[in-house]
Design a protein. Structure first.
Length: 312
C-alpha cells in the first residue's frame, strides 16, 4: 500500500465534519485503522449532515420544499428516502464509506469481499450496516442509533453508545487498577502484546506501550522501527511532537503512560484536550523537564526510558 494510514484518517475526519457523535467518530477511525492492518484502504465520504443538506439530498429527483425553501432538483435521480431529521447522519450517528485504490487516488465503489469485510469490521465495532437492510440496500452506510428513534433524537435524547473496542476476556480476579486493566486489554487487542491484565504497571506493560508507540510511528509516519518494545535511541529519534488538539492513537498512548505515572489525563479517548494537557504539564513539572505542554522527545524519553533512572 502506498497511501499512508494518516492520509486516510485525515481525509475521513474532514469528510465526517463537525457535529459527529464522538463515540461514532472514534469507532469509525478505528474501523479505518483495522481495515488498513488487513491491507484494505477505506475512506469515509460522509458523516454529519445538516437538515438543510438532507433537504437538498431528498429534493434530488423530487419536487420538494423545506422550511419555505425550494429544494426540487428533478435533473438528478432519487438518492434517499430520508427527509430532514429522518437520517442518523443528521445526528452525527452515521457514516458512509468507500474503498480507495492502494495509492489512495481512486474511489472504488464495487461491493466485493473487501467492501464486505469493512462492513463486518464496522458491525464488530457496534455499527448497523445498510447492506443488511432488506428494502433499500445502502452499501456504504453504517450507523449507531443507540436504540433511539428519530422522534426521540429530535426531542434531544442522547444515545448511550457502547464502543466495542476490546474483545479480550476480563480477568476473573480483579485486584489491580481497573483503568490499567482496561489499558492492558486495549494494548493486547490493538498491538497483540499478550500481556496479563492484572491492573499493575510493570516492565511488561511499559514494554507493550512502547510497542504500541513504535507501531503507530511506523503506521502513521512511515518510520521503519523494529517493534520490539525496547526504548532505544532509534525510537527516541523517531518520536513526534503531540500537543493539544491532537486526536490519534499516539495521544492515547501518551494518556495511558501519564495515567500509569499517576497523572490523570481524563478519559482515555485519544483526544488531546484540556485535561490531558494539564496532566502533561504537571508531569513535566514533577519530573523537572521543560514544562512546555508538548509531548516531544524529552517527555517520551522521560516516560519510557528506564535505563538510567527511576527504578521500578
Ligand atoms: Zn449513509
Amino acid at each position: 500500500m502506498t497511501v499512508a494510514l494518516r492520509t486516510l484518517l485525515d481525509r475521513s475526519v474532514k469528510k465526517m465534519g463537525k457535529g459527529m457523535n464522538p463515540m461514532v467518530k472514534a469507532a469509525t477511525l478505528e474501523m479505518v485503522e483495522r481495515a488498513y492492518t488487513e491491507r484494505i484502504t477505506v475512506q469515509i465520504s460522509a458523516g454529519h449532515r445538516s437538515l438543510e443538506e438532507q433537504a437538498a439530498l431528498y429534493g434530488q429527483g423530487r419536487v420538494y420544499s423545506y422550511n419555505g425553501k425550494n429544494y426540487s432538483n428533478l435533473a438528478k435521480p432519487i438518492v434517499t428516502n430520508a427527509k430532514p431529521g429522518q437520517s442518523y447522519h443528521n445526528y452525527g450517528l452515521a457514516i458512509d464509506f468507500f474503498i480507495v485504490s492502494d495509492d489512495g487516488k481512486r474511489a472504488i465503489w464495487t461491493v466485493d469481499s473487501k467492501w464486505q469485510r469493512v462492513a463486518a469490521i464496522g458491525k464488530d465495532l457496534g455499527f448497523k450496516w445498510g447492506g443488511d437492510w432488506s428494502a433499500f440496500k445502502d452499501y456504504p452506510h453504517l450507523e449507531m442509533s443507540g436504540g433511539l428513534s428519530f422522534t426521540q433524537l429530535q426531542a434531544g435524547k442522547e444515545p448511550h453508545l457502547t464502543f466495542k473496542l476490546e474483545k479480550m476476556e476480563m480477568p476473573k480476579t480483579n485486584k489491580g487498577d481497573s483503568h490499567i486493566i482496561s489499558i492492558q486489554k486495549t494494548l493486547n487487542s490493538r498491538y497483540k502484546t499478550n500481556i496479563e491484565g492484572d491492573g499493575f504497571y510493570g516492565p511488561k506493560t511499559r514494554s507493550a506501550l512502547i510497542k504500541g508507540l513504535q507501531t503507530e510511528l511506523n503506521k502513521q509516519y512511515n518510520r521503519k522501527l523494529v517493534v520490539d518494545g525496547k526504548w532505544g535511541a532509534k525510537t527516541k529519534t523517531a518520536t513526534v511532537i503531540i500537543k493539544k488538539g491532537a486526536s490519534c492513537k499516539i495521544t492515547w498512548i501518551l494518556q495511558a503512560a501519564l495515567y500509569m505515572e499517576g497523572f490523570n489525563p481524563g478519559p482515555l479517548d485519544g483526544e488531546f484536550g484540556e485535561k490531558t494537557e494539564t496532566a502533561l504539564f504537571k508531569y513535566q513539572k514533577a519530573r523537572k523537564i521543560p514544562a512546555d505542554k508538548l509531548a516531544g522527545k524529552v517527555t517520551w524519553n522521560e516516560l519510557f526510558d528506564r535505563n538510567t533512572k527511576h527504578l521500578m
